[in-house]
Design a protein around this ligand. Structure first.
Ligand SMILES: [Zn+2]
Length: 269
């Protein structure tokens, strides 16, 4: 078993792993860095000379999928396995990314990372990954893959890989706490892996209580409505959009005001 970190190991962004198991290479995630001062891409040169047979995606955030079109370009026959929700969200997220790249190309002469056609071709190679079952794939003989719910955002999974020469779990981004639109993470698919690659973003921070934060936001919105005004809530993430804009899941009623008073505005740009 070999594991190569192409990004994301010592900072946030560009998460990308190359793994060799049972004599075959596969990739887990290929994201970008959103910090404009940093190189946006993982160190894709580390894939040079490796016969990547398959690609797995833990979830559809840009720091895990933003560089997938380039990995697909390098290994065009490798199928891309993702949960159904992740597959659907990838279409939205990568379409958003293309819009932003094209806008920056016009306004700042910044070269886009990839063209629209490459994204469409990549999305054609996405295959469904069933959650909960031990799976085998023709491209990776001798390797069993098991996905478990990771919380975090819709469709997010942790991935377990096992073969005769070892086993590992890639947690992806995980969230134990249930959210309004996403259930919390379940235990990883392999209980005693030889290697655990565990997300640790914000692991050293003290986190606010979610319910208290929801109530604080709801109170601020209610105060605005009581003054006869409107409240604009900028939401950068897809799950945040759904949590705040879906009437069924809206913030707790406050001062008699509730979701009926809200409506989503189109996301820019
Ligand atoms: Zn994430």
């Amino acid at each position: 078993m070999q594991v190569v970190f192409l990004g994301g190991a010592s900072g946030v962004g560009a998460s990308c792993l190359a793994i060799e198991l049972a004599g075959q290479w596969f990739v887990v995630d290929a994201g970008v860095r959103v910090d404009k001062k940093a190189d946006p891409l993982p160190d894709l040169a580390l894939l040079e000379g490796k016969d990547v047979r398959a690609i797995f995606v833990t979830h559809a955030h840009a720091d895990h999928i933003g560089a997938l079109p380039l990995v697909h370009q390098a290994f065009p026959t490798a199928p891309i396995y993702a949960s159904r929700a992740t597959g659907l969200l990838m279409e939205v997220m990568l379409s958003d990314a293309l819009k932003i790249m094209n806008k920056r190309a016009m306004e700042e002469m910044e070269l886009p990372l990839y063209p629209e056609g490459l994204v469409a071709g990549m999305l054609n190679h996405v295959r469904p990954l069933t959650i909960g079952e031990g799976l085998t794939f023709p491209e990776l003989p001798g390797v069993t893959v098991q996905a478990s719910r990771a919380g975090h955002i819709a469709g997010a999974v942790s991935l377990g890989f096992s073969a005769s020469d070892g086993s590992l779990v890639v947690s992806g981004d995980i969230s134990i706490t249930p959210q309004r639109t996403v259930q919390g993470a379940l235990a990883p698919p392999i209980t005693r892996p030889d290697l655990l690659i565990l997300e640790s973003t914000y692991g050293t921070r003290l986190h606010p209580n979610r319910q208290a934060e929801e109530l604080r936001l709801a109170q601020a919105v209610a105060e605005g409505i009581d003054r006869g005004g409107h409240t604009l809530i900028p939401l950068c993430g897809e799950s945040a959009r759904r949590t705040c804009c879906c009437p069924k899941h809206f913030l707790p009623p406050c001062n008699g005001r509730s979701a009926g008073a809200t409506r989503p505005l189109p996301a820019g740009p």
